[in-house]
Write a protein that binds this ligand. Structure first.
Ligand code: HEM
Ligand code: HEM
Length: 184
């Protein structure tokens, strides 16, 4: 089934979840690696790839939310406590908010330092440079981007722990409906 039902995630929502999820974790690792290695000539190249993947991811996340709005959201399994439903809801809102904030701040950051955003989206489509070079906001944006990325990954760790708890302790099919698309 491509579409969601009241109890299960459809194939499209699952593809969005795992595809964007993998990209997000990959972007975090790539961001750390490219900023931490000792300065070398190809650093600007890696910044450009990080930005190109990031802006593509932003488009994917917008598509994901549109698909979400056009589909029913599976309800929590029967017997879920009120606090569990609230915690899951707040956690998911937090994940979406932190992912979007990291992406948008990243875009404003890119090209705001010494080097302009003179690279293209994988060399195909121009990427608008939001602030221009030598911006006074460069340093704060750099710190905000790193902080948001760390906060987002911390919440992902909690999210994954919750998924394992559902699978191993509660055994309520919540993980299965996001992997196989069926809690039966
Ligand atoms: C979910 C998406 C993203 C994640 C998880 C992410 C993560 C990171 C991380 C962990 C760093 C290293 C921070 C540090 O320790 O200093 C970084 C750096 C950077 N990111 Fe991202 N990023 C994302 C999206 C973007 C986007 C969309 C852009 C631009 C369009 C971007 C531009 C940059 C730039 C330019 C740096 C280098 C900062 C510097 O040290 O000057 N990022 N990113
Ligand atoms: C190994 C990694 C992951 C596992 C095991 C996992 C597991 C799950 C499961 C089981 C659900 C469904 C919850 C339900 O049916 O009520 C879910 C939903 C969700 N996951 Fe993940 N996830 C992972 C990674 C990620 C990552 C990296 C992100 C993004 C930062 C993410 C963001 C979300 C969001 C936003 C939802 C809510 C979907 C919605 O209501 O639209 N997940 N995840």
């Amino acid at each position: 089934m491509l579409r969601n039902t009241e109890t299960n995630w459809g194939a499209v929502a699952r593809a969005f979840h795992w595809g964007t999820g993998a990209l997000i974790i990959g972007m975090f690792a790539y961001g750390l690696w490219m900023s931490e290695f000792p300065a070398r000539e190809d650093r600007a190249y890696h910044y450009a790839i990080h930005a190109s993947i990031g802006i593509s991811l932003l488009a994917l996340m917008v598509a994901r939310l549109i698909w979400r709005a056009l589909n029913p959201t599976p309800t929590p399994p029967a017997g879920s406590a009120k606090w569990e439903i609230t915690a899951a809801r707040l956690g998911h809102i937090g994940l979406y908010a932190l992912v979007f904030a990291t992406l948008v701040v990243g875009w404003f950051l890119a090209g705001s330092g010494r080097r302009t955003l003179d690279y293209w989206l994988f060399g195909i489509v121009p990427m608008p440079n939001m602030l221009g070079t030598e911006s006074p906001y460069h340093k704060p944006l750099e710190e905000a981007h790193a902080l948001l990325a760390y906060a987002m990954i911390a919440l992902v760790v909690v999210h994954v722990a919750a998924a394992i708890w559902h699978a191993r302790v509660k055994r309520d099919g919540v993980l299965a409906r996001m992997t196989r698309g069926s809690s039966a």
